[in-house]
Design a protein around this ligand. Structure first.
Ligand code: ZN
Length: 179
């Protein structure tokens, strides 16, 4: 497994719409493994292929405390949503930035697993929010798109400043989940 580089906002490649995966083969399974490795290595709870500059419809997540319940969703589709509500979100492509976004707190999602089999799962709370956040990535959308342009400008300035100041190997991490 390989830890991959994560694209950071406002990199235009994050705006690419990912293409469906036609066949779940060894390349796709390796991508899933690399995404999991990258997610765990970055202390994230979710990661979409888009974030590592691979524009195919695959995302991974693990919202468990123990970090031992990986979920791989290939070609995910949301088939039902319920209970819209606010949730504080972060993103590995926007290090250190958090904002409240309103999303369904209960969803039903259909996807393929790493064998290519189609399955459906019900997700609530952080799992539901994380899946919606990662699916947005596959469509080239970021959580800051739900904020005002003024707030996005402030965030872009802050990220640019932090990138200038960032020293190699130093990582500032918040306790809040980042996806
Ligand atoms: Zn994200």
């Amino acid at each position: 497994m390989t830890k991959l580089a994560i694209l950071e906002y406002p990199d235009p490649r994050l705006r690419t719409k990912a293409a469906p995966i036609e066949a779940v083969d060894a390349t796709v399974r390796r991508l899933a493994d690399d995404l999991l490795e990258t997610m765990y290595g970055s202390n994230g709870v979710g990661l979409a292929a888009t974030q590592v500059d691979v524009h195919r419809r695959l995302l991974v997540l693990d919202v468990s405390e123990e970090r031992n319940r990986p979920i791989v969703l290939i070609n995910p589709e949301i088939v039902a949503t319920e209970e819209p509500g606010p949730c504080e979100e972060g993103c590995l492509s926007l290090p250190g930035i958090y904002a409240s976004v309103t999303r369904a707190q209960k969803i039903r999602v259909r996807a393929q697993d790493r064998t290519g089999a189609t399955f459906e799962m019900d997700a609530v709370g952080l799992t539901a929010v994380c899946i919606q956040h990662e699916m947005d990535h596959l469509d080239g959308r970021l959580f800051v798109d739900y904020l005002s342009e003024l707030k996005r400008q402030v965030i872009r300035r802050r990220l640019a400043k932090e990138r200038r100041q960032r020293t190699v190997g130093s990582e500032a991490r918040s306790a809040a989940p980042v996806t």
